[in-house]
Write a protein that binds this ligand. Structure first.
Ligand SMILES: *Cc1c(COP(=O)(O)O)cnc(C)c1O
Length: 379
């Protein structure tokens, strides 16, 4: 499917149904498919763990958006990550993990993969000397998130891809925070893109899902084999919901970014706020790299309160338009306290986050209502 990003989001993998002309891909709620004689499969479909047309539509759309050749959809972001790790690692393999990776990714690698003999080292992905010192001959993967959660750090994808390849490792980029609308890691040299489609791709806080996208056919075949063999696929309705969300990804991301920029500006000038972490701000340490590799700065923003943890908790509790909840990437604005909520399990680890930090997932409501809400919550 050719065309610009928004055209691909609406049409890739989603041709009108040949049987009926249905403009929207049908929801194929079937586990099995009639064979025209033994082995006479129609379109390759045999059993819905192995393949389902609604999932195929989503997978083709994901590949087109990330400019990869193959997309694979899963029951959750972590199911996608697990399938990837078990495909490219074996006992004795080593994974290098960016300093403030998603807590669930850290847990999967450090608690679930480790007992099976997969070793890991945390590293600052912006410090190539530090990175070089943790690389081993067995390093299979450098795992990168950019922007990170919840500190909004930025890593240079093109530079990391080159570094990983010099060391015979794959660069995996978790692109959940940026979404393919703002950043396409495969075009910068990354080998695998990971998504929690639960977030911006689904976009409406009503479906949990995950995805992998690659551009290499050999790796795609191995991942597809494991997708079927391990079976952590999403159901057709979940695939359909993500597909529907994807159609408006571009307009949603534009509004998420515009609202977040307004809020960053407002918070910068507020006396109760010590610092604002948003890559769109010119003095953010990753601003230049973000400006180069992203086409916008997204809807995630964190800030620290001069009044410490107590002030941070109070803002979270007083917000009204911002809903106090975990997760992110939906049309509604959310507020949370990472140290006690999403990142509570990181307490005491290298991933611990400051207690005076508040994270916002800025939604697409009217900016003035969001600003008024933060103003009263900070008062
Ligand atoms: C939510 C999230 C995940 C995990 O995805 P699930 O769909 O919750 O399994 C992974 N990475 C990032 C950056 C996330 O925000």
């Amino acid at each position: 499917m050719d065309g610009g990003f928004n055209t691909r989001a609406i049409h890739a993998g989603q041709d009108p149904d040949p049987a009926t002309g249905a403009v929207i891909p049908p929801l194929h709620l079937t586990t099995t498919y009639k064979q025209d004689g033994v082995g006479g499969l129609r379109g390759g479909y045999e059993y819905s763990r192995s393949g389902n047309p609604t999932r195929t539509a989503l997978q083709e759309a994901l590949a087109a958006l990330e400019e990869g050749t193959t997309g694979l959809a899963f029951a959750s972001g972590l199911a996608a990550e697990d399938t990837l790790l078990r495909t490219v690692c074996e006992p004795g393999s080593h994974v290098v993990l960016g300093g403030d990776a998603y807590g669930g990714t850290f847990r999967l690698i450090s608690r679930v993969a480790a007992p099976w003999g997969v070793e890991h080292s945390p590293a600052d992905l912006n410090d190539l000397d530090a990175l070089r010192s943790v690389m081993r001959p067995t390093t299979r993967v450098i795992w990168c998130e950019t922007p990170t959660n919840p500190l909004l750090n930025i890593a240079d994808i093109a530079r990391l891809a080159e570094f990983a390849h010099e060391h015979g490792a794959l660069l995996v980029v978790d692109n959940t925070f940026a979404s393919p609308y703002l950043q396409r890691p495969l075009t910068l040299g990354a080998d695998v893109v990971v998504h929690s489609t639960t977030k911006y791709l689904g976009g409406h806080s009503d479906v949990v899902g995950g995805a992998l996208v690659v551009g290499d056919d050999e790796l795609a075949d191995r991942l597809a084999y494991h997708q079927n063999a391990m079976g952590a696929v999403n159901g057709p309705f979940d695939a359909w919901l993500v597909l529907r969300g994807i159609k408006t990804l571009g307009v949603r991301m534009d509004r998420h970014g515009a609202n977040a920029a307004c809020i960053a500006e407002f918070l910068l000038g507020h006396p109760a706020v010590g610092s604002v972490l948003y890559p769109g701000l010119p003095d953010h340490p990753g601003h230049d790299v973000a400006a180069r590799q992203m086409s916008g700065f997204g809807g995630m923003l964190s800030f620290r309160l001069t009044g410490g943890e107590e002030a941070a908790l109070r803002v979270c509790e007083r917000a009204r338009v911002f809903t106090l909840a975990e997760s992110l990437g939906g049309v509604e604005s959310l507020i949370e306290h990472p140290a006690r909520m999403t990142h509570a399990s990181a307490a005491g680890s290298p991933l611990e986050v400051p207690a005076d930090l508040v994270r916002l997932s800025v939604g697409i409501e009217d900016a003035e209502d969001l600003l008024a809400d933060l103003d009263q919550a900070l008062a």
